[in-house]
Every structure is written in C-alpha cells, then in structure tokens.
Design a protein around this ligand. Structure first.
Ligand SMILES: [Zn+2]
Length: 98
C-alpha cells in the first residue's frame, strides 16, 4: 500500500459510450461484457471479460447494437444476444434526463 494516495480527485475512471462516443465517468454508463457465458449486460460492472460501455439511453443502444458494440467487444452478437439486449434496452429512458 502506498502512503501517497491522492484524494481521489482526477481519479475517476473514464469510459467511452460505444453508442455516441462520449467519454464519461464509468458509473454513469452500463457495462456490457463478453464473458464466459457470452455477451451480457453487467449491472455490477465487475463480471470477467472484455467490457464495453453504453449510456442508459435507448438512443445509444440503438446506435451501438448494429455494429459498434460487437466491435468494442471483439465478437459478433448472436440473434439471441441482440434480443436480450433489446429487451434490456426497452426499460431504458429514450432520451437524456438531465
Ligand atoms: Zn451514449
């Protein structure tokens, strides 16, 4: 353990939304993971595997599902996965609330 831990300013992990390419603190995004069980939504943000991040906004998911999400995860999305992600997406807001 280092004794010089700075007081977590500038230390927020930043991630890019693969839908709109905006860079944001990781917490504001939903993680999708390409893990041992395939591609899944990862609400904990801790599942093993390659992750990609998306806003909690339908518009970003709609942009990402046809291509950029698969590229970010270095895989291809199966029809099953797309269906699952689409179901998840339906519960999201369709535009920015703040
Ligand atoms: Zn976005």
């Amino acid at each position: 353990m280092s004794s010089r831990k700075s007081k977590r300013r500038q230390h927020i992990p930043q991630r890019t939304c693969v839908g709109c390419r905006t860079v944001l603190p990781k917490r504001s995004l939903t993680r999708i993971v390409n893990g041992p069980d395939g591609v899944k939504v990862d609400p904990t943000g801790k599942a093993p595997g390659r992750g990609a991040y998306l806003h909690n906004l339908q518009s970003c998911w709609k942009k990402a599902l046809p291509g950029s999400l698969a590229r970010a995860l270095r895989t291809e999305l199966t029809d099953e996965t797309i269906e699952e992600l689409s179901l998840y997406m339906k519960n999201l807001a369709d535009e920015q609330l703040d």
